[in-house]
Ligand binder design. Structure first.
Ligand SMILES: NC(=O)c1ccc[n+]([C@@H]2O[C@H](COP(=O)([O-])OP(=O)(O)OC[C@H]3O[C@@H](n4cnc5c(N)ncnc54)[C@H](O)[C@@H]3O)[C@@H](O)[C@H]2O)c1
Length: 250
């Protein structure tokens, strides 16, 4: 354990797979006590067991990010198990690739509920616990598609754009209380979301528009999350951090 997060307590949503899984492992390796949460119970418990076997500290809690009650219980678990909450990673998300006319109201509402409302509810539940603790760091996972446009993905892009600006709103509101809030904007990252949910032609097209010419790894996003979570980022708030192989620069 190299200890960049020694003594800190982190709550991560959507930790069972993909980026959330990598973030939970990375934060635990750096000494954080991790409350890993997801709707996938078996996979989440497996992650926690792996972290504990490697000498880290972790607990699993079932959390559907669209439920305000689940969020309250997850924050309570962090405080009752580890004494406080320092770090929240709002990572859980779902993708939908339909354009405006093909996006049903049902798809729109579901994507907004998980991605945008889920992030809002996470901040709302975590901030009082962070205040008691004298501060904290919130990292909201948006996307390059929360900044720029693509053909299709209307609800996804709207939901990720909302995360980008609600991050800045919260950063301004809570800066004086020592609560930092930043957004991370990954490009295309090899996770179950992409492998199972994005057609090969679209993956190839996004890679072709990425100057580094490859998909990113979940660990490469976790490294950015680690920095923003740590005291190394003590003067960093309200910002948007790309982990995109140059996609936005093109
Ligand atoms: N993979 C990419 O290319 C990419 C790019 C940019 C942004 N993102 C964002 O990164 C985040 C992580 O994505 P990923 O690629 O690891 O996805 P993933 O599908 O591989 O994993 C997402 C996790 O979130 C969980 N989840 C889904 N709905 C949930 C809910 N209602 N409550 C709690 N947990 C829920 C899933 O069970 C899963 O464990 C998402 O917010 C995603 O939008 C992904």
């Amino acid at each position: 354990m190299s200890g960049r997060l020694s003594g800190k307590v982190a709550l991560i949503s959507g930790a069972a797979l993909g980026m959330g899984f990598a973030e939970a492992q990375r934060l635990a390796i750096e000494g954080a006590c991790v409350v890993a949460s997801d709707i996938l119970v078996d996979e989440g418990e497996q992650l926690v067991s792996e972290i504990c076997k490697s000498g880290g500290k972790a607990t699993f809690v079932k959390l559907d990010v669209t439920s305000e009650t689940d969020w309250q219980e997850a924050v309570e678990t962090a405080v009752s198990t580890y004494g406080k909450l320092d770090i929240l990673v709002n990572n859980a998300g779902i993708v939908a690739l339909e354009g405006v006319e093909d996006t049903t109201l049902e798809i729109w509402n579901k994507v907004m509920a998980v991605n945008s409302t889920g992030t809002f509810l996470g901040m709302k539940a975590a901030i009082p616990a962070m205040r008691k603790n004298g501060g904290g760091s919130i990292i909201n996972i948006s996307s390059v598609w929360g900044i720029t446009g693509t053909a299709g993905a209307t609800a996804y892009q709207a939901s990720k754009g909302a995360i980008r600006t609600m991050t800045k709103s919260a950063a301004v509101q809570y800066a004086a209380e020592g609560i930092r809030v930043n957004s991370v904007h990954p490009g295309i990252i090899t996770t179950p979301m992409v492998v199972e949910g994005v057609p090969d032609e679209m993956r190839e097209s996004v890679v072709a528009q990425t100057p580094m010419g490859r998909e990113g790894l979940p660990e490469e996003v976790a490294n950015m999350v680690l920095f923003l979570a740590s005291d190394e980022a003590s003067y960093v708030t309200g910002g948007e951090y790309l982990v995109d192989g140059g996609y936005i620069a093109l």
